[in-house]
Design a protein around this ligand. Structure first.
Ligand SMILES: Nc1ncnc2c1ncn2[C@@H]1O[C@H](COP(=O)(O)OP(=O)(O)OP(=O)(O)O)[C@@H](O)[C@H]1O
Length: 518
């Protein structure tokens, strides 16, 4: 028989099997649905999800067509998650992602052909679901806010179809730490079992392997800085819309992976919209945030403004940078310590910019906390180019000030020397570099102005530096910035404080403080 004559009947047989499987699958997807044609008997027995491996393989090749809707095949629900049911346009698998509070469970699902996370809320908490929907509709047009695709109901539950994320920020950090620990143990050839965190290491291992969260010395890596900035962008967007999140915590920051990792705000269930020019929700606002992450005025008076989110942000940034530490201590003592303002910022002191920002965010006086847009322009989020540009401008600003003429700015600048330099700056710089510097002019080694001039001059004349000095200070901007940041970690933030007090309004410095571009 020619191969062609053999293929034709096989093709028809395949088509019949395909139609059969499609009918089978659509029946199965209605199984258990309280809103759909309920109580259909489950007659798929062969696999965990009722289909044989052979069927699963052939299903992976096509999409199911249901009432005009294109649904992805069950195989798109990973690892045998095909058990589940269909509610309206939504297929909810039985595969649980996580549990929330008040009986909320998050499942994997498919909504109109798109992989989603299905947040199943108990219907008696419908008020919360309704709020969540309203807030999601109002706010989801932003890349740092979780998207919502639809809502379905049955007798007992409300199902929100949300953009499916890989994990929460909390999961990411814990898994990263666990993974690093595992690596250390492996390197030590230890046979001790590593405790397993609820999220399987394997599923996140790809992410944590390719994305360092910390640099050597415990500084946040560019990946971590981006995630933290994403959170602030999300908050700035909500606040612009007059929405106060009110429950910001690492579990409510979700992570997606594309070309890079991104963070998105979720769980808008208790967020509230401020109408018009209202700046506060006052006593009558319903809902409360999570223990351990709320501002003192939120805990004490239920008085809620955008500033409560800024306080929670301070805690989240601290938690992220320190790898799960909290500025107000352990779980059980946090609320008490928040009310007493018993804060410990020591664990972030090695990152002075973070320490400065977080202490401002945790200010017990809500009126003194920076806004989300102000946070975005804080030096904590500056890249090397911006940091060097600022130091250069600061140098130009103080260089021509006359010491004898009682210059306030110069006095203020020199007064930070003990903190910013901690002695004489030549002691922290290699002799070969000091010799090179000395060829051009005389410097005072206890002067901030002169240290800034060295940085400014060597930056401006980098190309003229001898190769051995270029190698020593590294490439511009990253290496060069790091060279000075390692030796004088507090220099930038101390100079920033002086400039923000004395020269914030001056044209040359506006770009460092302006929030308009965001
Ligand atoms: N869109 C999503 N994609 C992936 N995982 C999600 C998604 N939404 C929620 N999760 C997971 O489910 C967990 C609980 O979800 P969520 O915080 O929305 O529930 P909740 O009942 O509001 O919880 P809580 O009140 O404790 O904040 C999250 O921490 C996260 O791990």
């Amino acid at each position: 028989m020619s191969p062609l004559r053999l293929l034709v009947p096989l093709f028809f047989l395949g088509a019949i099997v395909t139609v059969f499987i499609k009918m089978f699958s659509s029946r199965g997807s209605d199984f258990n649905s309280k809103s759909g044609p309920s109580k259909k008997k489950r007659n798929r027995k062969s696999g965990k999800d009722g289909i044989t491996n052979g069927q699963r393989d052939s299903q992976s090749e096509f999409e199911l067509i249901e009432g005009g809707q294109m649904l992805l095949g069950f195989n798109n629900l990973l690892n045998g998650a095909a058990d589940g049911r269909k509610i309206g346009k939504l297929f909810v698998s039985n595969k649980e992602i996580a549990k929330g509070s008040n009986g909320t469970v998050v499942f994997e699902g498919v909504y109109e052909g798109r992989a989603v996370a299905v947040k199943r809320l108990v219907r008696s908490h419908h008020e919360v679901a309704f709020k969540e929907i309203q807030n999601l509709i109002a706010s989801d047009q932003h890349s740092n806010i979780i998207r919502w695709y639809g809502v379905e109901y049955d007798r007992d539950f409300v199902y929100l179809s949300l953009e499916r994320c890989t994990c929460s920020l909390d999961d990411l950090i814990k898994t990263y730490l666990e993974f690093s620990m595992k690596k250390v143990l492996e390197n030590n050839e230890s046979t001790e079992a590593v405790s397993t965190y609820k999220i399987s290491l394997d599923s996140l291992e790809g992410i944590v392997k390719g994305n360092n969260l910390w640099k050597v010395g415990g500084h946040p890596s560019p990946v971590m800085l981006k995630l933290m900035r994403d959170v602030v962008y999300g908050l700035a967007h909500l606040h612009n819309l007059g929405i106060v999140h009110r429950d910001l915590k690492p579990q409510n920051v979700l992570i997606t992976r594309g070309m890079t990792l991104s963070a998105k705000l979720s769980d808008m269930g208790i967020s509230k919209r401020l109408s018009g020019d209202m700046s506060s929700l006052g006593h009558l606002a319903t809902g409360c945030g999570s223990s351990g992450w709320q501002a003192p005025e939120q805990l004490l008076q239920g008085h809620q403004t955008r500033a409560v989110d800024m306080f929670s942000l301070g805690c989240v940034l601290f938690y992220t940078i320190t790898g799960c530490k909290h500025p107000f201590g352990d779980d059980l003592e946090r609320d008490v310590n928040i009310v007493k303002n018993k804060v410990d910022l020591f664990p972030v002191e090695h990152v002075p910019e973070a320490s400065d920002l977080i202490s401002r965010l945790l200010n017990p006086n809500p009126g003194l906390r920076p806004s989300a847009t102000e946070v975005l322009v804080h030096p904590m989020f500056w890249n090397s180019e911006m940091r060097l540009s600022f130091l250069r401008d600061a140098s130009d600003r103080v260089e021509l000030e006359n010491r004898e003429a009682d210059s306030q700015i110069l006095k203020a600048m020199e007064s930070i020397a003990p903190v910013a330099i901690g002695g004489k700056w030549d002691e922290k710089i290699e002799p070969i570099f000091i010799t090179n510097i000395g060829r051009y002019r005389r410097y005072k080694y206890d002067s901030i102005r002169d240290l800034l001039r060295v940085i400014r001059n060597k930056l401006n004349h980098y190309r003229e530096l001898p190769p051995e000095i270029q190698e020593l200070v590294g490439t511009v901007p990253e290496g060069f910035d790091e060279y000075f940041a390692v030796r004088f970690p507090k220099l930038l933030i101390e100079v920033y404080r002086v400039i923000s007090l004395h020269c914030k309004e001056e044209e040359v410095f506006r770009k460092y403080f302006e929030c308009n571009s965001i």
